[in-house]
Design a protein around this ligand. Structure first.
Ligand code: RTP
Ligand code: MG
Length: 140
């Protein structure tokens, strides 16, 4: 299995509760390495662009409001099978359905305030990494 990169966001519910380190530790324990990281306050334009695929979904406006409600930490993670590994350690979107030991089971507040984002395919990982990072900001 080749080394792969994925894109992660530590969401406002997690930064608000000072969980950046604890979430990152779970990622690292899962074999992922943080090769780029930046704490930002997402603009409305950034959130709408990033979540463009969800524009027609009923939760879109709430999601944009939530993602701009506080700081987030955008990260590039590297490791073997990084996209799938990250999805596994994140757990199900709805924390009520998330497996024991996952980030969302341990930390998420609700289906919306679910502490982390992770790319759902290698193709989307590349698009999402390019949305937030320049190549020279990623140090593998
Ligand atoms: P993500 O994209 O953040 O990694 O999460 P995901 O794939 O597990 O979930 P997705 O279906 O892509 O939804 C994106 C984010 O929208 C919020 N959401 N709210 N209120 C709702 O019913 C609802 N459903 C989804 C969550 O923050 C979810 O992570
Ligand atoms: Mg998704």
């Amino acid at each position: 299995m080749a080394t792969e990169r994925t894109f992660s966001i530590i969401k406002p519910d997690a930064t608000r509760r000072n969980l950046t380190g604890k979430v990152t530790a779970k990622l690292e324990e899962a074999g992922l390495r943080v090769v780029a990281s930046r704490r930002i306050r997402m603009t409305r334009e950034q959130a709408e662009g990033f979540y463009g695929v969800h524009r027609e979904r009923p939760f879109f406006n709430d999601l944009v409001a939530f993602m701009t409600s506080g700081p987030v930490v955008v990260q590039v993670l590297e490791g073997e099978d990084a996209v799938a590994r990250n999805r596994e350690v994140m757990g199900a979107t709805n924390p009520a359905q998330a497996d024991e030991g996952t980030i969302r089971k341990e930390f998420a507040e609700s289906i919306e305030a679910n502490s982390v984002h992770g790319s759902d395919s290698p193709e989307n990982a590349k698009i999402e990494i390019d949305f937030f990072f320049k190549p020279e900001e990623i140090v593998g």
